[in-house]
Design a protein around this ligand. Structure first.
Ligand code: FEO
Length: 619
């Protein structure tokens, strides 16, 4: 039984979907299936645009016969020889003996390589801008070499302003009953598959895609009919601008793709920690285990994101197998214009980093973040500063405008509509909030004290419920706020911010014993003023309680400036330390042993495999 879709009054989709195929072209997984599109134009002459893959040709032939309704098929335009679009050509010539094959000279040569029937005598050869009049329609042929194969051409119907675009603007994913992109939530459900299709199928040929886009830029296009995926009749600017972007190899979004290869989870652990550090710096991150996620998805992500971190263990003195395959794949797809950072691991000879860099240096416009991370088996606490430094360096490689605009520019999904880093732009002070419950004194760091009214003089403060001080204030209704000044040392934050009053006595461990009139302690040093409060109201906001309090006492302690949250980050919080200089040395090509030193003695013998200096190379 036929299954066709109407495109216009005289144009019908006669293709078919395949959801049984596991690997498209034997390489690319297609978990959502794939469509093979073919279009049949019914005019004074009947014209078919391409055929389908052999897996679905039976349905396709039924579709063609149904739409023809007993008429002859006069022409088939072969825009692309690849067998997923030309497999049914021979059957068509048997079913429709007068069929003419419209194709370029190059296409004819390829067809003769794939088939053994007489094609040449049926061929109607066309060149760039040749036309074919079919009655109401005039078809113009435009060559699009290497958008995916050398023979590819597209066809422009100047009557209805339809561009039959061959592989261009196609997508993985079966059509599921729809035919037009505007019938589905394309951005949400199909954009990833469209990007994956582009990056893997034509990603290598950005220059040629750019040439093709230039050729069709002057055409008025009311509809795009690709060989895979949906027909576009609305909002074509979106998909066209994606193609313009992808073909230029410019990143689509500012953020960090982390691809890691880990044997026992230690490289993965470092990658995870780096991702956390990058998120803390307001950067978007995406992570893939290259041994698990199909390479086509990671190649696609590489076309999307501006920065890539490769984290790989060393294996057989080289790059881990799956990571090496991925990097070769990325290079084959012409990846360029990216900023790259590298984490390497190796229990006795971590050499994967240098090898990864060597491969990527062959690609165009790859800039490397100088900071790297070299692990010996696993990340140690002593390397915390190194991973912080790496995160800082990656963040620093984002121009400030991009860093700020990152979320906004790339945000498509509503869930990303709020960039939480914007909250860091608010001006906050920093305070020690103290309370007393019986004999127990306690305090914590907060940043949310604000005067809300002058008469009565009231303040508000939001306090996280996980703070013990919160519970004490909820119970007693009184507190002090010590307003920290710019001389405050980091130790005050360690004392009151990094410990819990539930298991330590924070004031007992400090030298502070002063109490305000309410009997609650305050800090007499590095503080320019103290406010005592009595709770008038409290509101439960999930993670926090908002206290509204009457000011019962307030006094100045110094003329120092109050410390701001920004000042704290810029001047008080310790900076991550740059990693130690890497030592120079030589690596044994046989076993991977590393000799550390500038000069390798002529008579040196590898202590592991006993090979001599000829088998060593400089790191
Ligand atoms: Fe769907 Fe290049 O073929």
């Amino acid at each position: 039984m036929n299954c066709v879709k109407t495109i216009t009054d005289d144009l019908t989709w006669v293709g078919a979907n395949d959801r049984r195929l596991s690997m498209f072209e034997g390489i690319y997984s297609v978990p959502y299936g794939v469509s093979y599109n073919s279009y049949l134009l019914i005019d004074e002459k009947t014209v078919l645009f391409d055929t389908v893959d052999k897996a679905v040709r039976q349905r396709f032939l039924e579709n063609v016969a149904f739409v023809l309704g007993g008429r002859e098929l006069d022409f088939i335009v072969v825009q692309h020889v690849e067998p997923d679009h030309a497999a049914a050509l021979h059957e068509l010539t048997l079913l429709y003996p007068k069929l003419k094959i419209v194709c370029s000279d190059k296409t004819l040569g390829f067809l003769e390589q794939f088939f053994d029937f007489d094609i040449r005598s049926r061929a109607h050869i066309v060149k760039e801008n040749d036309t074919l009049n079919t009655g109401r329609h005039e078809l113009r042929f435009i060559m699009a070499p290497m958008v995916h194969w050398p023979e590819v051409m597209v066809t422009y119907d100047s009557a209805d302003k339809i561009l039959f675009s061959a592989d261009a603007f196609g997508s993985f994913g079966a059509l599921n009953g729809a035919i037009f992109a505007d019938e589905v939530n394309f951005e949400k459900d199909y954009m990833d598959e469209t990007r994956r299709y582009y990056a893997n199928i034509v990603g290598k040929y950005g220059t040629q895609v750019g040439t093709f886009l230039g050729k069709v830029a002057g055409l008025t296009v009311n509809m795009l009919c690709p060989l895979h995926g949906f027909v576009w009749r609305k909002d074509m600017g979106g998909i066209m601008s994606k193609y313009a972007l992808w073909s230029s190899y410019e990143p689509e979004e500012h953020g960090v793709l982390i691809a890691y290869a880990s044997v026992y989870g230690n490289t993965e652990n470092a990658a995870e920690i780096l991702a956390c550090r990058l998120r803390e710096r307001g950067l978007k991150t995406a992570m893939f285990d290259v041994s698990v996620t199909p390479a086509s998805e990671i190649v696609s992500a590489a076309f999307r994101w501006s920065h890539i971190v490769f984290a790989s263990t060393t294996y057989n003195a080289g790059i881990f197998v799956t990571m090496e395959a991925l990097i070769n794949d990325l290079a084959a797809h012409n990846i360029q214009n990216r900023t790259v950072a590298i984490i390497e691991n190796g229990s006795w000879a971590p050499t994967s980093g240098g090898l990864i860099r060597g491969k990527l240096e062959q690609c165009k416009n790859i800039s490397f973040v100088d900071a790297g991370l070299s692990l010996k088996s696993s990340l140690k606490a002593s390397q915390t500063s190194e991973i912080d430094y790496l995160a800082d360096e990656i963040a620093a490689s984002f121009p400030a405008t991009q860093l700020n605009a990152a979320a906004a520019a790339g945000v498509a999904a509503p869930s990303d509509a709020v960039d939480m880093t914007t909250m860091f732009k608010l001006t906050y002070g920093l305070f020690v909030l103290s309370a007393r419950d019986g004999d127990k004194d306690n305090g914590c760091i907060i940043n949310t004290v604000t005067q809300i009214t002058e008469k009565p003089n009231r303040v508000s403060l939001a306090v996280n419920k996980s703070n013990f001080t919160h519970d004490m204030i909820l119970k007693t209704g009184i507190f002090n706020v010590s307003i920290l000044s710019e001389s405050v040392p980091f130790g005050v934050f360690e004392q009151f911010g990094f410990k819990s009053g539930r298991d330590t006595d924070k004031f007992a461990e400090s030298a502070y014993s002063d109490r305000a009139a309410n009997g609650v302690r305050y800090l007499p040093e590095h503080v320019n003023g103290v406010i005592s409060g009595k709770v008038a109201d409290s509101y439960d906001y999930g993670t926090h309680t908002l206290f509204i309090a009457d000011v019962t006492q307030a006094f100045i302690l110094s003329g120092e400036r109050s410390v701001s949250y920004q000042f704290y980050f810029d001047n008080i919080k310790p900076k991550p330390q740059p990693p130690k200089e890497k030592k120079s040395g030589y690596v044994c090509r046989i076993c991977g042993y590393v000799y550390e030193g500038d000069v390798l003695p002529d008579d040196y013998i590898c202590p592991l495999c006993k090979h001599g200096v000829d088998d060593f190379e400089k790191l």
